[in-house]
Design a protein around this ligand. Structure first.
Ligand code: ATP
Ligand code: MG
Length: 426
């Protein structure tokens, strides 16, 4: 038997319906804040991620889904969205052609070769937003606020952790302090962190294996080592977040997995106690566009894991749609049912027809199994009189309509549906 590739999921039925609704809601929220959709390919040259995400990151070193194509080009399935968007931003001269700030969002699949577990897959989905051409701390605050807006919409309980990781001016000196601090503790660190001292010492701060931040309480922190302008930027960020009513907890151990961040870094965790509880993360990356060969362009953004978001949304957040089903009880009724199905298709109700004639009892069982709350029956008598019988399966109530009275029928269904939902909402 052939099964799905490890770490990759199928989605269907009720879950697919809820997932679709979730995406629609997200699009509406971010589009209202004037973000427009930006789509880039799944495959990129691997060189883009090496430069754009960083050679020393776990994503590039361990998690890439990469291969040689038929012409020997080294390509990779995108592990994140920012590098691709920056590539496209430069390639299409967006800095010259569009008004700044340029606000975009993306929703789609991403690929990382990780050990699959709950909340961690090899194909997963992200919502991301990016804002180019604006260096203000207020825009960082709006960016973080947008992530919060999404979580609030879905009534999720969360915490925002914020930090500043400085800039090209102040981070090198801080990095030296960290190297010095951890060099004497090398033997107490995990294998990865021993390497990180040389390659990416900031990543020691959020290592989940040897967890240095839990062991040592005098680790130097970036927020004590910011240069004047980064310090002002961080203060103004905190002020703006307060105005947005975002209650950010200052957390000097938020460093982000990707190399390109400057100044603002943040993460949002859900208050669920689970281990894969980081639902979104991001920050400012003022040097990435120029590092990849584009014009000097400040930028800020976040990515949110949609599988993790989906798992946090309560079961009763989306009400089930009202479903109705139509059945023919004899051969003579089949064409009438086809007509009826055609007319019903023009209306905003969820209706399906089952054209294979069957006994009333069998039709009832099938409707019930499909979760229908209303069924429509055309039997011998109804076919003769051009009638259709509507049965409310919850109450047993029946009504006879003319087969052409589709508008009346649809009104009945819509009234019933709105009554049902307003009753459950209060
Ligand atoms: P983590 O520390 O959990 O590995 P990360 O720092 O690698 O996260 P980012 O690169 O910032 O994550 O991606 C943003 C969000 O995407 C994460 O907060 C998480 O919700 C989600 N995410 C990342 N990797 C995966 C994955 N393999 N499966 C499902 N969701 C993921
Ligand atoms: Mg990761």
């Amino acid at each position: 038997m052939i099964s799905a590739v490890k770490g990759m999921n199928d989605l269907f039925g009720r879950r697919a319906m809820r997932w679709g609704r979730m995406e629609e809601d997200i699009r509406r929220i971010v589009e209202n804040a004037n973000f427009t959709e930006f789509r880039t390919p799944i495959l990129e040259e691997i060189a883009l991620f090496k430069r754009g995400v960083g050679e020393t990151t776990d994503v590039v070193q361990k998690e890439m889904y990469d291969f040689l194509d038929k012409k020997g080009r080294h390509v990779a399935m995108r592990p994140e969205g920012t590098a691709s968007v920056v590539r496209a931003f430069i390639e299409h001269g967006i800095a010259m052609n569009e008004p700044m700030p340029f606000k975009l969002y993306y929703i789609g699949p991403f690929f990382r070769y990780e050990r699959p577990q709950k909340g961690r897959y090899r194909q997963f989905h992200q919502l991301g937003i990016e804002i180019f051409g604006d260096e203000t701390p207020q825009m960082d605050a709006e960016m973080i606020f947008t992530a919060c807006r999404v979580l609030e919409h879905f009534k999720i309980d969360y915490e925002v952790h914020i930090n500043s990781i400085g800039c090209k001016e102040c981070r090198p000196a801080y990095r030296e302090k960290l190297v010095e601090y951890f060099s004497s503790k090398k033997e107490h660190l995990c294998e990865d962190c021993q390497k990180r001292i040389d390659t990416n010492p900031l990543r020691l701060l959020d290592c989940k294996t040897c967890n240095p931040k839990a062991k040592y309480h005098d680790i130097p922190v970036m927020t004590d080592n910011l240069c004047g302008s980064c310090d002002t930027h961080f203060k103004q960020l905190k002020d703006a977040l307060e105005i947005f009513h975002v209650n950010g907890i200052i957390d000097p151990f938020i460093v982000r997995g990707l190399d390109y961040y400057t100044r603002t870094a943040f993460e949002i965790v859900a208050n669920t106690g689970g281990s894969q509880n980081a639902v979104a993360g991001g920050g400012r990356y003022d040097n990435l566009v120029s590092d990849i060969g584009g014009p000097d362009t400040p930028a800020t953004g976040f990515a949110m894991g949609l599988e993790r978001l989906f798992d946090l949304i309560s079961e009763d957040f989306y009400t089930e749609p009202l479903i109705s089903a139509g059945y023919a009880l004899c051969d003579e009724a089949v064409d009438d049912l086809v007509h009826f199905a055609k007319h019903m298709s023009h209306h905003p109700v969820r209706f399906f027809a089952d054209y294979k004639p069957k006994k009333f009892k069998k039709a009832l069982q099938k409707a019930d199994k499909a979760g229908a709350e209303f069924m429509f029956i055309i039997g011998e008598d109804e076919a003769k009189d051009k009638k259709i019988l509507m049965k409310n399966l919850n109450t047993g109530e029946q009504k006879l309509f003319g087969q052409h009275e589709v508008i009346l029928i649809v009104n009945e269904l819509l009234n019933y549906e709105s009554g049902k939902f307003s009753a459950t909402k209060v």
